[in-house]
Design a protein around this ligand. Structure first.
Ligand SMILES: C[S@@+](CC[C@H](N)C(=O)[O-])C[C@H]1O[C@@H](n2cnc3c(N)ncnc32)[C@H](O)[C@@H]1O
Length: 216
């Protein structure tokens, strides 16, 4: 469920959470130290024009925009999108954050259907579909559990990857847990961070070629 917290922010919460104890989008909390060098930004090829086809609560889109990219963020869940839009709106009217916030354009809808309709040159398409929770693993962050309750498990992630490949964009990046198999085929490169890895399908690489053949 969503509701407005005592500070006027839209938050996602469990029905029995006290008001103000839910999850809102507040980009002031995001550390931007060394942002140009973080694994996500390097995986996406540095500064450019990037489609974040699985925007969620916008944390990754924010890092990419803070590193100087223009980001088109797509989110299909109305609930999640409303909470992100609320956070972006507040950031746009904050003198310290407006420059970053105006680099993010948020679109609603299913990226599988939207990607073929987007025109222009994109330097990268970034995908971070939900991943099913591991049996017996530690409890995920509250924000992840709330988003999962709203959207499910993104069982069409393979289809989304093929839709991204079909756009002709020369760099596609997929975030995966370390122990998860790659989607559809092995990537052309990987960048690993402490918690996740980024599978990169790039340029004339075999991985991207295989994906394009499958998308055709
Ligand atoms: C793991 S979350 C993304 C988290 C995000 N990277 C962040 O930093 O907050 C996955 C999100 O992608 C969205 N999503 C998955 N497949 C999608 C699709 N085909 N089109 C649009 N949104 C999609 C889900 O609704 C969910 O909100």
């Amino acid at each position: 469920m969503t509701r407005i917290d005592p500070d006027g922010r839209m938050e996602m919460a469990w029905p029995d959470d006290p008001c103000g104890r839910g999850v809102c989008v507040d980009f002031r909390r995001v550390s931007l130290r060394g942002v140009a060098k973080v694994a996500l930004v390097r995986a996406c090829g540095g500064r450019g024009r990037i489609i974040d086809a699985t925007a969620g609560l916008g944390g990754d889109a924010w890092l990419l925009a803070a590193a100087g990219s223009d980001v088109l963020a797509i989110e299909r869940s109305t609930t999640v999108r409303q909470v992100l839009a609320d956070g972006l709106q507040r950031a746009r009217s904050d003198a310290k954050m407006s420059e970053i916030a105006t680099r993010i354009a948020l679109h609603g809808g299913n990226a599988i259907r939207l990607l073929p309709t987007l025109h222009g040159e994109w330097s990268a398409i970034y995908l971070d579909p939900m991943y099913p929770p591991k049996q017996g693993s530690a409890l995920a962050q509250k924000s992840i559990r709330l988003v999962r309750a709203a959207v499910g498990d993104d069982g069409d992630a393979d289809e989304l990857l093929l839709a991204a490949a079909a756009t002709g964009t020369r760099r596609i990046v997929v975030k995966r847990p370390h122990d998860a198999p790659s989607l559809l085929c092995p990537p052309d490169a990987q960048i690993k961070s402490k918690l996740v890895r980024y599978d990169i399908y790039v340029g004339a690489g075999r991985g991207l070629r295989v994906l394009r053949e499958n998308a055709a």
